[in-house]
Ligand binder design. Structure first.
Ligand code: SF4
Length: 430
């Protein structure tokens, strides 16, 4: 299975990625791709369901696709490619549904400057993707003197009206998930992990880390229900005050409706040559070497270009000052990885305004891929026939050269390379 800790595909008993089960390795690769995408779709659907939202088509596809991996032994490569693209279509629906669930429950997010660092008083840091866990914790800590901080993929919570109304949601601490072993001990308070992308803790902070819901880590206290956060609240009180140590603020909260309200200004700036190109740089981050590419790329994007970003990959550059072009921010944080839905809405609206295909827009994609949701999102982009996407730092471990070739042939999918060469090519729309 793909390993969340070392970014390697573990080989050996039970691992079929290299075709040791005897299946054609390309078929096997596509089935693995499908399974990872299903896990990503399941994650989004799980979050939506908590708010009472579900999509019959997505549910039906989950059954069909899983059944197919069991049944489809006819080694039909094209059939498997079609199924993988259908997973992309279903992931689009799952992301759309989650956007509906989140905005229905918490209101439409708006741009916000989020303080970082810590303020004096006991604190709980919330990591992961589950806004409802955060909301319930905010309710139960109101008036207790405990401050709540976001970490990683929770940062966009600050943009939602019904979450930011809590005064003790004081800021964000830290960055992407792979830094947890450094950042959680340094934080000093209690930590709540709500979803995947939680690392096995060191002894330094194991006793003040708590998991909830779908998340569980051996040796770590699991909170059984979000109706009762008393254990973590008591732990935060016991740990005492965090220091007054402010950091540099971060900006988030650019829902597509907000970006689209700027559309006339954006279109005017593009027509006047003030905005030359848009770059979507973001995705799932990880610890492996080569990911500095995304930092460097963001740094080198010319001043007359706008960067759209999302997911935890943004922490590589969201602390930098990118300024604006005629009041349009040069760095637009769309939110969590599922807000790839927002990126698609923006791209579609621009294509409509310019009366062209999305592939003819001055828009380039550089996506850092890591885990299951990233696979699902990549398939969504491919299913929308978006070409010339660059992914990295390495090809997904379960994608065989044969399957990668199919994706290259059909979608001009590229691996990241030299930053300067890639940037020059992207500026030419390649
Ligand atoms: S963006 Fe991807 S890698 Fe990052 S926390 Fe979310 S699921 Fe994990």
């Amino acid at each position: 299975m793909f390993c969340n800790q070392c970014e390697q595909t573990a080989q050996g008993t039970g691992c079929t990625v290299k075709g040791v089960c005897g299946k054609d390795e390309n078929i096997q690769s596509l089935q693995e791709t499908l399974l990872y995408a299903l896990k990503g779709i399941a994650a989004y659907s799980y979050h939506s369901r908590v708010y009472g939202e579900r999509d019959e088509d997505v549910d039906a596809f989950m059954h069909e696709a899983l059944f197919k991996t069991l049944t489809n032994v006819d080694f039909d490569l094209n059939d498997h490619v079609k199924l993988a693209l259908k997973a992309g279509e279903m992931n689009y629906k799952a992301m759309e549904l989650l956007d509906k669930a989140n905005t229905g429950h918490y209101g439409k997010p708006g741009p916000v400057e989020v303080p970082t660092g810590t303020v004096k008083g006991p604190g709980i840091l919330v990591t992961g993707h589950d806004f409802m866990d955060l909301e319930e914790l905010l309710k139960q800590t109101e008036g207790t003197g405990i401050n709540i901080y976001t970490h990683g993929e929770m940062l966009p919570a600050h943009g939602y009206p019904e979450l930011k109304k809590y005064k003790h949601l004081v800021g964000n601490y830290g960055g992407a998930w792979q830094k947890q072993k450094k950042e959680f001990p340094a934080f000093g308070g209690a930590v709540l992990a709500t979803t995947n992308c939680v690392q096995i803790p060191t002894d330094e902070y194991r006793d003040r880390l708590f998991t909830i819901g779908i998340t569980a880590v051996e040796g770590v206290k699991h909170i059984e229900s979000r109706k009762d956060f008393s254990e973590i609240i008591n732990k935060a009180k016991e740990l005492g005050d965090l220091p007054e140590a402010p950091g540099k603020p971060l900006t988030t909260g650019f829902h597509h409706d907000i970006v689209l309200s700027l559309a006339p200004k954006i279109i005017e700036a593009v027509k006047a040559g003030k905005i030359k190109r848009f770059f979507l740089i973001g995705g799932c981050d990880g610890a492996k070497a080569g990911r500095n590419y995304f930092t460097e790329l963001a740094e080198k994007v010319p001043d007359d270009c706008v960067i759209l970003t999302l997911a935890c990959g943004k922490y590589r550059f969201n602390h930098m000052d990118f300024g604006d072009i005629d009041g349009i921010p040069r760095l637009i944080d769309l939110g969590q990885c599922n807000n790839a839905y927002s990126a698609i809405q923006i791209a579609s609206a621009l294509a409509e305004a310019f009366e062209c295909d999305v592939n003819d827009l001055p828009l380039s994609f550089a996506v850092s891929w890591y885990e299951q949701k990233a696979v699902a999102i990549l398939l969504t982009l491919l299913n929308l026939n978006i070409k010339n996407i660059r992914i990295g730092p390495t090809p997904p471990a379960f994608i065989t050269p044969g399957v990668f070739q199919v994706l290259q042939d059909n979608f001009d999918l590229k691996l990241i390379g030299d930053v300067d060469e890639d940037l020059a090519a992207m500026m030419k729309g390649e």
